[in-house]
Design a protein around this ligand. Sequence first.
Ligand code: TRP
Length: 354
Amino acid sequence: MNKAIVLTGITTTGTPHLGNYVGAIRPAIDASKNANVSPFYFLADYHALIKCQEPERVRQSSLEIAATWLALGLDTSNAVFYRQSDVPEIMELTWMLTCVTAKGLMNRAHAYKAAVAENEEGVDDGMDSGGRATHGAVAGNDPDKGIAMGLFSYPILMAADILMFNANKVPVGKDQIQHIEMARDIAGRFNHIYGEHFVLPEAVVDENGATLAGLDGRKMSKSYNNTIPLFEPEKKLRKLINKIKTNSLEPGEPKETEGCTLFSIYQAFATPAEVDDIRRRYAEGIAWGEMKQVLFEHINEQITPARERYDALMQAPEHIEEQLQEGARKARAVSAPFLKELRKAVGIAPITKA
Ligand code: TRP
């Protein structure tokens, strides 16, 4: 039986936080130990350029993300762990796919549409001085203002990431489902024109996969600036946990677990029995200060061994680089021959045909 190819990418723009860990990293690392799947995990550094033009941040983020995954015990004997930019075939495939992708398909991408909508909201009343509808196209009120081609066509780069390895399953957050559908569309179009080369990928969305709440109770996300970095030193971790927003109920007053940020984070790190115990303590009126202490100790205990490995890896980046190079070698063993086949399929080949 052929093993299912499971592929996912991590954009290298930030520092991994507890939300990333619970939602994406932990399940991916578990899957890396499953001998029935063939995982491809990569640092999506060319994707980072879409939203981040700070070179140092892109570099540092690549380092932190790679160190995080390795420290958490990614099984690199089973998983292929690489950096997108080390596999140049992906960029070449991107162009082939760009040439079969309908512009109209890209017009419908949520990320692009949201950026346009934001431009159109602005000060525009939708009319020119004569009261005619402008559809946002007034001088100084360009609907495409500030939108780079990278943002517009990034679903094609993502399709290339996936199709390059003929991935069957792509674990992603809900916000990315549309991109997987676009990758299927693009693959179908290419196959229709040039013959069956690509497998149509499927999105895998973990429905009960926790989206973790952040410091302010909203979804933990870099864009809300409410994250708890995964490998923060102990003292800082405690400080951040103490900052988590609660209501003003006094010690001894019974508390709701539903909608409580502290509880929801605890739940993501605890066994069902531990969760039941905490539920009981909420009903008995546990003080918020005490719950914060419980939460800190619980998380800290779980991540301390990995944090130690992380700190050691960050001190020895050459080991990380070595692992990534080994990953790139394994990835290119697949992508190079496949790209050769694709080039031939589209007519990019030596004129002196064998
Ligand atoms: N765009 C994805 C995100 O923002 C990251 C990503 C890039 C990705 N290429 C991918 C995910 C390919 C899955 C497959 O989360």
